[in-house]
Design a protein around this ligand. Sequence first.
Ligand code: 13P
Ligand code: SF4
Length: 337
Amino acid sequence: MNLVLETAKDNLQSMGFLDIHVDPSLDLIEEINKLKKEKNAIVLAHYYQESEIQDVADYIGDSLGLAQKAESTDADIIVFAGVHFMAETAKMLNPDKKVVLPDLKAGCSLSDSCPAPIFSKFKEKYPDHVVVSYINCTAELKTLTDICCTSSNAEAVVNSIPKDKGIIFAPDKNLGAWLIKKTGRDMILWNGSCMVHEIFSNEKITKLMTRHPEAKFIAHPECEDHILAKADFIGSTSQLLKYTKENEANTFIVATEPGIIYQMEKASPDKTFIPAPPTTNCACNECPHMKRNTLEKLYLSLKYELPEIILEPRVIEQGKKCIDTMMEISREAGFKM
Ligand code: 13P
Ligand code: SF4
């Protein structure tokens, strides 16, 4: 391929318009490992990524672990195998490093459900309230936020706010409703949700639980209330993984994106993991945004250092404060990677 054509394709790919053809005989794992060394790059992957991406990652984690790893890395380039808001968070924590996302269109329905200009108007109605935003939101929304949280540390974040202060929680109404129950705090909830965690079928889960009475049913707090009410354990992806390692049960019905099951099976090869079924007959419990990243795109993003996450200095400066506060609360509460 000549250079001009290659560059043009890069630019198109960086805008998410084109998949560049990669020689199918290329050993992508070997190439990625070579490029990582040459460029002092690190690959960070969320648990919802394809197993082959998890295998090539330097660190696999949940949203909190990934932010902590991004904060502590001395790599020059961060390849973020996750979704856009995660890569933005890594960029805010590392304004001087290059952060690339294998597919710039890897978004998030939860993040999309809370546009910053509309939230800004909503926030004006509650001038004395503290704004807590789930990390699954845009960098622009973070500029309107006092404290960020993830599903791992959300309870600790809410509990850190003085009892006489009102709280707005955005954008996930399901995580928010669960936090109200856990903390006893009355919070104003933004009406957003995750398309993946709202697809689980109550009826099919009941059938599975009847067929496997010995199984533990575990769920992510982004699930709806009627699903969480059935759960033996509720937690973030890393907390669910830890539970399956430590609990003596042999079978687990897992209500979150099934990418996490790869690490569960690796950690406990003798245990059985059943993905909680969606209401439809398709694989709608897989996150279509997370799954936009492929090994080929990861290889190309590392090779060409594209598509890069670029943020305005104003957004970095204002948006980073709520992440720093969250990191501080997490350190004090003893959350480790
Ligand atoms: P955690 O990584 O905090 O478990 O959240 C899951 C998720 O939906 C990420 O998009
Ligand atoms: Fe967003 Fe849900 Fe996908 Fe997570 S699983 S990236 S919250 S759409």
